[in-house]
Design a binder for this molecule. Structure first.
Ligand code: ADP
Ligand code: ASP
Ligand code: MG
Length: 409
């Protein structure tokens, strides 16, 4: 007998029939003698609908009330799934985040889980019930409802698995595992049987939304056995296991996957004085405004001035421009230029460590497609480039092929 935490995403619970399908799947595991805790997302499209609704009544809703509204999607699915389970003879009990007591900090819309009281869940499991928990939500120390950021149900699943010391955390979604890149963009993408935590962390942080990055961090930290699989029966299989150690016996591919993000914008401070402290004077106020900076370039100065460029998430662009307008006057720069049409493409692989020349192969591939690289950033196991977003698909497909990731046909 094992204790399994299963998380089903929005598409997997997207209609009454699909919820019944999930109920049958859960019943099957229980019939095999396992204890099952299920975490569900809101029905697909529901969180977007709720966010749109809030924007119709207020231009800038307060984060606390935003969380009150957007957390409701998951409350619907926990109830429906429990009903569907009971309907096929499986005793089940639903919990909102606050009812389990998934305690978070108070950072509304991107709260972090601090603690989970797993005792009530364990008691229900021992009584033979399936426990169904609302993903994406928690409660802070004052009893306020919080949410964990888009895709946060993954993190609820892994955090519950860690708290319960579950044997495995299974993330059921609309693809049958983690692929070499998003199969919606590259039909030739291949499913990976395993991927290391390090690589999965990079893939998630660089834009692959198959797992929320915090869920991967949690799984790494608490040694949760984490697997991504398909919730659709016709595609059932072993999925992809996220592994701690790279398999030393296997020849490591140089590149394991390609991640991308469309959500990028570039800002350039033109004609900033070229002197010590300028990067700090520009980026300090940006950091104070809670804006994450990604890639940075400071060009060589001419005539005592320089251009300083960096990228931020597109949603933060307007806020960043406001901050820089103040900075511009203060440091005496000429102007602030912005470019919204940027994207980021990254190649990821632990095999890069032992293979020089990966960057040059990446740059050559992009050059052959006539794609201009605007910014570059690297770490030990990834190389990212910022390019114009109209080239995103072309770049991802060309790199996928060039690094030998295309499935054999
Ligand atoms: P869920 O609603 O189940 O949480 P998501 O839409 O959040 O599902 O994540 C699954 C989606 O992630 C897939 O449909 C796929 O388009 C996308 N995706 C992006 N990168 C990858 C990748 N490397 N492997 C698999 N899926 C990926
Ligand atoms: N429903 C939330 C979202 O759409 C959380 C999730 O699905 O993981 O982001
Ligand atoms: Mg998701």
């Amino acid at each position: 007998m094992a204790l399994i935490v299963q998380k089903y995403g929005g598409t997997s619970v997207g209609s009454p029939d699909r919820i019944k399908n999930v109920a049958r799947k859960v019943a099957k595991f229980r019939a095999q003698g396992h204890q099952v805790v299920v975490v569900v997302s809101a029905m697909s499209g529901e969180t977007n609908r709720l966010i749109a609704l809030t924007k119709e009544v207020a231009s800038n809703p307060t984060p606390r009330e935003l969380d009150v509204v957007v957390s409701t999607g998951e409350q619907v699915t926990i109830g429906l799934l429990c009903m569907a389970l009971e309907d096929i003879g499986v005793p089940a009990k639903s919990y909102t985040g606050g009812q389990v007591r998934i305690l978070t900090d108070s950072l509304h819309t991107k709260a972090r889980i601090l603690d989970i009281d797993e005792a009530p869940v364990r008691k229900d499991l021992d009584e033979g019930k399936v426990v169904v928990v609302a993903g994406f939500q928690g409660v802070d120390e004052h009893g306020n409802i919080t949410t964990l950021g888009r895709g946060g149900s993954d993190t609820t699943g892994v955090a519950l698995a860690a708290a319960l010391k579950a044997d495995e955390c299974q993330i059921y979604t609309d693809v049958d595992g983690v692929y070499t890149t998003d199969p919606r963009i590259v039909p030739e993408a291949r499913k990976l049987d395993t991927i290391t935590f390090e690589e999965m962390l990079e893939m998630a942080s660089l834009g692959s939304k198959v797992l929320q990055i915090r869920s991967v961090e949690f799984a790494g930290k608490y040694k949760v056995k984490l697997r991504v699989l398909s919730s659709f029966e016709d595609r059932e299989g072993e999925g992809t296991l996220i592994t701690v150690e790279e398999d030393k016996n296997m020849e490591q591919p140089i590149i394991s996957g390609i991640a991308f993000s469309r959500d990028e914008a570039k800002l350039t401070v033109v004609g900033a004085p070229d002197k010590p402290g300028i990067a700090y004077q520009i980026l300090g106020p940006i950091a104070d405004a809670n804006i994450d900076v990604d890639m940075i370039i400071q060009n060589v100065g001419h005539d005592g001035t320089t251009d300083f460029s960096f990228t931020v998430a597109r949603g933060d662009l307007d806020k960043a421009v406001k901050v820089l307008e103040g900075v511009k006057a203060h440091i005496g720069a000429r102007e602030i230029e912005t470019d919204k049409s940027m994207c980021k493409v990254s190649i990821v692989g632990v095999g890069m460590r032992s293979h020089p020349g990966v960057a040059s192969q990446m740059f050559r591939t992009l050059a052959e497609e006539g794609i201009n690289i605007q910014m570059i950033s690297t770490s030990e196991i990834k190389i990212s480039v910022a390019i114009e977003d109209k080239y995103l698909e072309l770049a991802v497909r060309a790199l996928h092929k060039a690094f030998g990731l295309d499935a054999a046909v």
